[in-house]
Ligand binder design. Structure first.
Ligand code: ASP
Ligand code: MG
Length: 433
């Protein structure tokens, strides 16, 4: 008897009707002969409502009490889900994280899972019950309630699947799967059948919001493939899997757009050891997540350090940079708040050349100016003006023929990747921390 671990996100359990339909899915899987575990999120936008409610009480709720509050969302769903399944004549039992010891560290609001007591789940499965687990929550060794960060039910899903040795897990959500581009921005986007963990992580850190990056990283670590699929129908979605050689044949698998970026350029930074460390130490200490970093030598003794951050972080970054300008002689700061980033992602880039050229030509054809370029082994990103973001995404998507049914023809020649890297001029690009 194989084990199926499925997860229903908030939009898939938004009301009682949807909970019943999620329950039906779990029951059907059991009738097909599987042992079934279902991880569930809070109903609809419950978590947002709870956050809002806390905001009505105090401007500064403690993180501990926030977790006490937010964890209640999932607790409602597990009980209703178990009731719905029992109502269909199948035995079921629900568990909070405390009951099955989903042990985390004590970082409230962003806790990391350390281990799960698989015994209690397995015991219930063996007794013939469908097991329902509250997503998003955990407990510390001492029994304090924690939460895993927004979208954290996906982490619970993967962690539970890994703990009980499931062959793969299923993520039921409100989209059909992972697309070659956001279908709301690119109408011709196509659903991808299979994508690797690494590509998926790049895509989500470059703006695709399908799956939490941490969850995919966790899945990779434990090699638990994730099937992302719609809770509205039975069609196959997208399998997120470990890579196989054959997957390198696809040069570019998908494109993504990060819409709300701000750019900061620190100019006239003395070109000597320790300067970059000083700058980014200050940002890290303020818990600012830096996106791409580019340093260019401008004159033999001076450098420009440019980096991007989420637009929402700009006020804090501005303050910090102004302070740095006062502290380091000669340094000036410039800020841009109208940036976006378009990226192409594909494993095949490792062995095919000409990818960068094709991307840049697509942008040029639309008269789009590239402010900065950064690359990793499996992605190329261009920072552009926000106003041109959607257009850029469409142009690049077209250039790699991602919308077509057939696989994009590898017009490019097979050879080493260094040619691509040269295109990034003399800039040194570093991935975010
Ligand atoms: N309910 C939590 C949230 O909305 C966790 C989740 O849905 O995964 O972020
Ligand atoms: Mg949710």
């Amino acid at each position: 008897m194989s084990i199926v671990v499925m997860k229903f996100g908030g939009t898939s359990v938004a009301d009682s009707e949807m909970i019943r339909s999620a329950a039906r899915r779990a029951v059907q899987a059991r009738q097909r002969g599987h042992k079934v575990v279902a991880v569930v999120s809070a109903m609809g936008n419950t978590t947002d409502r709870l956050i809002d409610l806390a905001g009505q009480i105090t401007r500064r709720p403690s993180r501990r009490e926030m977790d006490q509050l937010l964890s209640t969302g999932e607790q409602v769903t597990i009980a209703l889900m178990a009731m719905a399944i029992e109502d269909m004549g199948v035995p079921s039992v629900s568990f909070t994280a405390g009951q099955i010891r989903i042990i985390t560290d004590d970082v409230h609001g962003q806790a990391k899972i350390r281990r799960i007591n698989a015994h209690s789940i397995v015991r219930e499965l063996d007794a013939g019950r469908i097991v329902i687990v509250a997503g998003f929550q955990g407990v510390t060794e001492t029994g304090e309630v924690t939460t895993l960060g927004r979208g954290g039910s996906n982490l619970t899903l993967v962690a539970v699947a890994a703990a009980i040795d499931a062959k793969f897990c299923e993520n039921y959500t409100d989209v059909d799967g992972v697309y070659t581009a956001d279908p709301r921005l690119v109408p011709g986007a196509r659903k991808i059948d299979r994508i690797t963990y690494d590509e998926m992580m790049e895509l989500s850190s470059q703006g695709a919001s399908v799956l939490h990056n941490r969850a995919v990283g966790f899945a990779k670590k434990h090699n638990v493939p994730i099937h992302v699929r719609s809770s509205l129908h039975n069609r196959r979605g997208t399998m997120i899997v470990s890579e196989t050689e054959e997957m390198e044949r696809i040069v570019v698998n998908a494109v993504a757009l990060k819409k709300h970026l701000a750019g900061i350029s620190l100019k006239n930074v003395p070109d000597r050891p320790g300067m970059a460390a000083t700058v980014f130490h200050a940002l890290a200490a303020a818990k600012i997540v830096v996106d791409d970093i580019i340093q260019t030598e401008t004159t033999p003794k001076l450098a420009t350090i440019s980096f991007t951050v989420d637009l929402s972080a700009l006020p804090a970054v501005r303050k910090l940079c102004r302070k740095m300008c006062r502290q380091i002689k000669g340094v000036t700061a410039e800020f841009e708040k109208d940036l976006a980033k378009v990226s192409v992602v594909g494993l095949g880039m490792r062995v095919h050349t000409g990818v960068a050229e094709r991307m840049f030509a697509a942008l040029a054809s639309g008269g789009i100016n590239i402010r900065d370029i950064t690359t990793s082994e499996i992605k190329i990103s261009c920072i552009i003006k926000r106003a041109e973001g959607a257009k850029a995404l469409r142009l690049v998507h077209d250039a790699f023929e991602l919308g077509r049914k057939k696989k994009p023809a590898a017009k490019t020649t097979k050879k080493k990747k260094t040619a691509k890297k040269k295109k990034t001029k003399k800039k040194t690009a570093a991935k975010k921390k």
